[in-house]
Write a protein that binds this ligand. Structure first.
Ligand code: ADP
Length: 496
């Protein structure tokens, strides 16, 4: 009987490999960083071969250091940086251009062109997304425009496009499979999330040949086989999801209305909305969460642009703290912010305000304001920004929230978690095992080969959870939140 599931967590700055045991615990981990390439201002690219080699090294590393033979691995699961686009030669496997990373702004002009053609509503109604250079479609267009002869080769079926999951599966199977799954497909801005097909209208609008697109499969189930060449024995690849959807799955948010928040550099919130794709009035994205046994589930997605980044700014910009953890002790040294609000609109505001001319604002200062008040206002701003998004989700999808599941670096801050619970009026659940994104990929893979029996067993594998119960009255909570909204108003429409 197989002992482990191997999760490959291919992120923006590093590739990781984790072995999960049957209890859903991490047995061992290895990782490998790889270079970022900035050929022009605003561009972010990766070498697809460096992505692949770093991922291979991490996977071999975790097997070697634990002395685990490939025959002990029940399945491989993959979770990946989303939206990043790779185009390669189908026969040779050679990339024809660097991978264009999700963050890269190099296709802003192409996006402007799509907007000028009035395609915004078409994109939203078909893909659930807004026109933005984050998503893969305009990155593919950019590559086909830049590489001589690429358009004709793509039309002749000689080129493959893939998000990073697709690229890794192509390499792991030595070119035998060209496949993806629902969560990754739904981030390309080419996939119709209602008909569950590549969208002919959008393919035509962007002149992207269908022949270069991967086949879209369930997120759980066998996609292909890792050839013997890589780890010494064949292993099925049996679960795949983009990083945020994998985290939703790893958090056990299997039911409609369950929401997770990942507190990283920014916050990423996803709400499972079950079989219904809700259209948001607040500018949240509608996306596919996953597909299992032919049934897809949808999610609403929103983000807070500056979360952990605000803590970094308190540390590196203002030098008010020496390290991120000190934000907690400083905040606890005062009983409140003394009426200070920090709106970290460093790069504008997202949902529900969508104001790119907003800028960071510190209001309510008096002669009594101290460093601790400002640090606390910074931490609290993360919770306020998250409440902005949660309120949109609840309103847009008519959800009733009864708890929020959390992960990401800044969720280790107990003060922040308690304030979040107080401000939302619901319990915050933080798992002891914080590798939920990798667990999500492992869980989809384990489910795909019968290593785990079903969702109930996977939900158990989440293990111990620390719960932060709300302590504020509704009146207290709403009073604070309406002050926040007043502060946000002060930050808006600043840059002329
Ligand atoms: P990412 O995946 O976006 O790089 P991580 O999930 O690794 O982010 O989290 C790192 C972020 O969390 C950093 O921005 C850091 O400032 C913040 N962070 C880490 N520990 C704490 C803490 N104890 N309190 C507040 N913020 C923290």
């Amino acid at each position: 009987m197989s002992v482990f599931v191997l999760a490959l967590d291919q992120g923006t700055t590093s590739s990781r490999a984790l072995l999960f045991d049957r209890e859903g615990q991490v047995f061992a981990e290895d990782h490998c960083e790889f270079p970022q390439h900035f050929r022009e201002p605003g561009w972010v690219e990766h070498d697809p071969l460096e992505i692949w080699e770093s991922q291979l090294r991490a996977a071999r590393g975790v097997l070697e250091k634990t002395g685990t033979p490939a025959s002990d691995i029940a399945a491989v699961g993959i979770t990946n940086q989303r939206e990043t686009a790779v185009v390669w030669d189908r026969a040779s496997g050679e990339p024809i251009h660097p991978a264009i990373v999700w963050q890269s702004r190099q296709t802003m002009d192409i996006c402007d062109g799509l907007r000028a053609r009035g395609l915004e509503d078409e994109v939203r109604s078909r893909t659930g997304l807004v026109i933005d250079s984050y998503f893969s479609a305009t990155k593919i267009r950019f590559i086909l425009d830049r590489v001589p002869g690429a358009q004709a080769r793509a039309e002749a079926g000689e080129l493959c496009f893939g998000t990073v999951d697709t690229w890794l599966m192509y390499k792991l199977s030595e070119g035998r499979v060209h496949v993806t799954e629902y969560s990754n497909a739904s981030r390309t801005m080419l996939y119709n999330i209602h008909t569950l097909e590549w969208d002919d209208f959008l393919l035509t609008a962007l002149d992207i040949p269908r022949a270069m697109l991967p086949e879209v499969l369930d997120s759980s189930g066998v996609f292909g086989v890792v050839t013997k060449n890589w780890f010494g024995a064949e292993i099925p690849i049996a679960g795949v999801a983009g990083d945020q959807q994998a985290s939703l799955f790893g958090q056990g948010c299997f039911e409609t209305g369950m929401i997770k928040n990942t507190y990283g550099t920014g916050c990423f919130l996803l709400a499972n909305t079950g079989p219904t794709p809700f259209v948001s009035d607040s500018g949240l994205l509608t996306t596919l969460a996953w597909g299992i046994e032919g049934r897809v589930e949808y999610a609403l997605e929103g983000s807070v642009f500056s979360a952990g980044a605000t803590v970094q700014w308190l540390r590196d910009g203002l030098r008010l703290i020496d390290d991120a953890a000190e934000s907690e002790t400083a905040s606890r040294a005062v009983s409140d912010t003394g009426g200070v609000y920090l709106v970290p609109a460093f790069a504008g505001l997202g949902a529900p305000y969508w104001d790119e001319r907003a800028r960071g604002t510190l209001v309510g200062l008096t002669r009594g304001t101290t460093r601790e008040h400002i640090v606390r206002a910074g931490l609290e701003s993360i919770a306020y920004g998250s409440r902005d998004v949660v309120d949109c989700m609840v309103k847009d999808a008519g959800l009733s929230l009864d708890s929020l599941r959390v992960d990401g670096g800044a969720c280790q801050n107990d003060f922040l978690m308690q304030f979040q619970a107080d401000l939302l009026g619901v319990a915050i659940e933080r798992p002891a095992m914080l590798e939920v994104t990798a667990l999500g990929a492992a869980a989809l893979a384990g489910l795909g080969v019968g290593y785990w029996s079903g969702l109930a067993e996977i939900a158990q594998s989440r293990g111990a959870v620390k719960t932060f119960e709300p302590t504020f009255s509704e009146a207290e909570r709403n009073a604070l939140y309406s002050e926040w909204q007043r502060a946000v108003e002060r930050s808006r429409d600043w840059v002329s």
